[in-house]
Structure formats: structure tokens, C-alpha cells
Ligand binder design. Structure first.
Ligand code: SAM
Length: 232
């Protein structure tokens, strides 16, 4: 099994429906705060089920959704079928987007599942698809000094505030026994140092600023706002 199979399968990283909804709401609000103008075209890359896509779509001209898991894309397509502003992409339609056709790309809670070579390839694609000055938001990035225990503690805080503490305790116990834990060990879970990520973004012609607040419930994770620099 790979990460792709994991996300394509019947697994969930959410402990219950309330967790999933509160998470989607938090991500949509966090991303909306970075949308520069209402006429922008946004790609949410690795969007998951994107339950708050409608809310985000009201803040922009067009919202493209892409996820590498085919079953997730099928759910996205059926749940957004009536919204003309939302377009669900697959690999080939993503590839076919013209260069310079996006103003903003959001990548939230995805980099941990991406290896070094794939990240370099993705940054090249993002640079091509963004307009000059376009914004790349890398959010919920896991820093090297953050362990699973920190993640568990932050989840419990979120669950306490959101009224799903018992489900979170059960979910954490289940996760400790599940494939997710062994996959983390087997397929890797990428973590980043701020200076390394800044250097990588600079190599791919992006400026980079660390946002004061992470998008997501875990303020120990990081959000970076990178702007596509004009090619020489
Ligand atoms: C933790 S979920 C995050 C979903 C959403 N961005 C959010 O924050 O709610 C990770 C998502 O990234 C997708 N994913 C993982 N690796 C990916 C990759 N290399 N390219 C695109 N999507 C990927 C998974 O299928 C999954 O839906």
C-alpha cells in the first residue's frame, strides 16, 4: 500500500464527521484570508473532500480542485456538479491548464506525503501555472521538530474546543493501531526546516514569507506565503 492507496481507500484521518466539518471550515477561512482579490483563479492542490469549497468559491472567480486520489476526485465531482465556479481536475486536465492561468495555489496539509523529488517537480509545475507575482500558499507544513505526540496533543486541544474530545481519544487510539501509523514509518512522512524550505522555494524562483498563523488547528505547524518571481 502507498499513500495514494491510503487516501483512495476507505480510511479517514478524521475522527468523526464533526471533526471533518470543523477542519474544512477552518481551512476555508484560513485560505480565504489570503485571497487577494475576488477575480482570482485558485487551485486547491491535494484538496481532499474540500467540504467548504462552496464558501471559498464565493471569494474568487474560479476554484480548481485537484487531489491525487481518484475516489476523492469522484466525490468532489458529484458534490460540486452544480457550481459553475468549481472545476474538478484530474492529472490530464491539470496538466492542460495554460501556463500563467492561476493567481493562487493552495497546498494544505499535503507536503508531508510528498518526497523531495516530487516536491521539486511540483514547484516547477506551480511556477509554470502561476502568473508573475502569483501566490503559492504552503500550509500545515510539519516542522522537523514536531512529533506524533505534539500532533496528538494539538488534536486533543482542537477536539476539546470543538466538542468532540471523546471521539478524538478513540480516534487516536485507533490510529495508533492502524495502517496510518505503519505507513508513516514505511513510506515516510516528510518534515521541513524553515531555512531549507525557504532555500528550496528560492531555487524555484519563489519569494517566501512565513505567515504569522498556520492555516489549520495546529499552530506548531507552519504556513508559508510564496510569490512567483518574474523570470529573468
Ligand atoms: C491530509 S489531506 C488534506 C486535505 C486538504 N488539503 C485539507 O487540508 O483539508 C491530504 C490530501 O492530499 C492528497 N495527496 C496526498 N499526496 C498527494 C500528491 N502527491 N498530490 C496530490 N494530492 C495528494 C490526499 O489524497 C489527501 O486527500
Amino acid at each position: 500500500m502507498t499513500w495514494r492507496d491510503f487516501f483512495d481507500g476507505d480510511y479517514s484521518i478524521y475522527v468523526n464527521a464533526r471533526h471533518k466539518l470543523l477542519h474544512a471550515d477552518l481551512i476555508a477561512k484560513g485560505l480565504a484570508a489570503h485571497i487577494p482579490r475576488p477575480d482570482v483563479r485558485i487551485l486547491d492542490y491535494g484538496c481532499g473532500e474540500a467540504l467548504s469549497a462552496r464558501v471559498l468559491s464565493e471569494r474568487c472567480a474560479r476554484l480548481y480542485l485537484y487531489d491525487s486520489a481518484p475516489s476523492v476526485r469522484a466525490k468532489l465531482a458529484s458534490s460540486n456538479i452544480e457550481n459553475p465556479k468549481i472545476v474538478v481536475l484530474d492529472e490530464s486536465t491539470l496538466d492542460a491548464l495554460p501556463d500563467g492561468s492561476l493567481d493562487m495555489i493552495a497546498v494544505v496539509s499535503v507536503l508531508q506525503y510528498v518526497g523531495d523529488a516530487e516536491l521539486a517537480r511540483l514547484l516547477e509545475i506551480f511556477r509554470e501555472k502561476l502568473v508573475d507575482g502569483g501566490l503559492l500558499v504552503l500550509a500545515d507544513v510539519v516542522s522537523r521538530d514536531l512529533g506524533p505526540l505534539d500532533d496528538a496533543r494539538e488534536l486533543l486541544g482542537f477536539a476539546w474546543r470543538g466538542g468532540f474530545l471523546f471521539a478524538a481519544l478513540v480516534g487516536l487510539a485507533r490510529m495508533a493501531l492502524s495502517d496510518y501509523r505503519s505507513l508513516r514509518e514505511k513510506f515516510g512522512f516528510s518534515t521541513y526546516d524553515e531555512p531549507d524550505l525557504r532555500a528550496l522555494l528560492a531555487e524555484h524562483d519563489f519569494s517566501c514569507a512565513r505567515a504569522p498563523q498556520n492555516i489549520g488547528h495546529n499552530q506548531k505547524r507552519m504556513t508559508f506565503l510564496a510569490a512567483r518571481l518574474q523570470a529573468d
